[in-house]
Design a protein around this ligand. Structure first.
Ligand SMILES: [Zn+2]
Length: 196
């Protein structure tokens, strides 16, 4: 394995988490329900980092506590994120450094494919799902920027904070049935001739 220093390499070193690397590769290459995409792997690594720091600070990490805190910390609601950040900081978790260390799905992909030179068999629908995920996330990010700008200019009002959700929908042009892309892919059809 080459250590040419992508962010995942550095973070695994810094956090003494090298032994998590095999799990990363195994879950990426796994078949069936254990198989994880880049986004899930990035979240798993970040939650693991957070949970270790919470443990070290003597905080409760049983059950889904780490994941729940992570999701609130990185979610779309800045007020909630600020509260979680403050509570972690108060408990002695080095949250600012942690947030700098959180990895994105893109760098997980670089790490697996370039640093580890790992490969996996494509099951049908795998790169296609990744492509839709990446495009949706990119679209949501652009919309978030635009919405923030409109809010700042006073051209868009809301009582609370505004979050953005992008859903890609597929439409059958004959029947005009429309379904979210992930649902269509999961069940294997947009529309079919069974009375629907
Ligand atoms: Zn790497």
């Amino acid at each position: 394995m080459t250590r040419n220093g992508c962010k995942v390499c550095r973070v695994l070193d810094d956090h003494d988490m090298e032994h998590h690397e095999s799990r990363l590769v195994e879950d990426w290459q796994a078949d069936g329900p254990r198989r994880r995409g880049y986004r899930k792997l990035a979240e798993w690594l970040n939650v693991t980092m957070l949970r270790r720091e919470m443990d070290a600070a003597g905080m409760e990490t049983l059950g889904e506590e780490g994941q729940s805190k992570y999701r609130r910390l990185t979610g779309d609601d800045p007020t909630v994120a600020a509260e979680v950040r403050q509570s972690l900081r108060d408990a002695g978790v080095p949250v600012d450094r942690l947030e700098d260390d959180f990895v994105s799905y893109g760098v997980v992909r670089t790490h697996l494919k370039e640093c580890l030179d790992a490969e996996r068999e494509h099951t049908s629908g795998e790169w296609e799902r990744d492509a839709i995920d990446i495009a949706s996330e990119h679209a949501a990010e652009k919309v978030r920027e635009a919405v923030r700008s409109l809010e700042n200019k006073g051209e868009l009002d809301a009582i609370g904070d505004v979050s953005v959700h992008v859903t890609v929908e597929l439409e059958d042009e004959d029947t005009h049935v429309r379904v979210p892309a992930d649902r269509a892919i999961r069940r294997g059809y947009v529309s079919r001739d069974d009375g629907r």
